[in-house]
Design a protein around this ligand. Sequence first.
Ligand code: SAH
Length: 345
Amino acid sequence: MKHDIKSLTFDELKNEASRLGLPAYRAKQIFEWLHKFGVKSFDEMTNISKGLRSALSEKFYISSCEIEQKLVSKLDGTVKYLFKLSDGEYIETVVMKYKYGYSICVSSQVGCKMGCTFCASTLAGYKRDLTAGEIESQLHSAQSDLGIRISNIVLMGIGEPLDNFQNVLSFILNVNDENGLNISMRNISLSTCGIVPEIKELMKYELPITLTVSLHAPNDAVRSAIMPVNKRWGIDEILAVCREYSEKTGRRVSFEYTLIKGVNDGERHAKELAKRLKGMLCHVNLIPVNDVKERNNLGTDKENIYKFSEILNNNGINATIRRTLGSDINASCGQLRRKRNGVEQ
Ligand code: SAH
């Protein structure tokens, strides 16, 4: 079976090169073609001999993703892609323009196993993990289609990044590599539903990325009802590991809190959350829920989101309300893939 050469880190590629008896600068050239220039075939590597290109193509393939569908928001220019992978599976990617540059939201798996009740990504089921190269290919395809340079990455698309740990780690190392896209770790945010052992594993690498945890509730009763993963690792365990994470990395942890009317958006929820987060180096992102028809259009009460934010801020917890981008193109993930898989919307 051939391996995805784009998934190798620079160190791994150097080892491969030395096994093939190649000098180190060859590995650098190949890495640049793959990561900086995002080539899709070995034949595009024009400073590499034909013989070597064919030797590489016998052992490896280059992962990529093709645009199957592209939606552009008329409201804010947000672009959403449905990408087709080499085995015919689909993933979704969103590119947003901010004052500081372009940010991309990438998928890490085809589907998701986590089963959060409000999320569309779970509905079409889990198929497989993405390779590191496939995660990065989303940047290459979007950059070349839009003619832009992406400066920020959020791992918040379809999938649970910490359920695909090794591939996600290689992806982060590769996009950060100065011979590749050279994106600062500080501009990378990894969002997890709270797989505690994997957060501990990630901590060992001491990467200065932002850890984002999808909290969505101030206590276990509310959280377990909407996020099955909470039955395995509860809020106490999550907050303990987040405290450790911010102490070790010196980076503040970011919490996602999607407000669902009548479920987790009351004053008492805000007060309880403020109490639990007290003294922690963190930030809370309050998010209006994106309606998913199959989930009976849960809805966010606008007034409650402002009240919620005020209570947190008055209690010393830094909280902001996330601006909704691409609302006219269903920019939240999971919905296009589901449609394409032939399920009625
Ligand atoms: N599995 C990871 C990353 C993917 S989900 C995680 O759980 O963090 C990215 C974010 O979108 C998470 O915070 C998730 O809880 C949130 N999300 C999922 N469905 C949503 C919806 N319908 N409305 C608003 N946010 C949603």
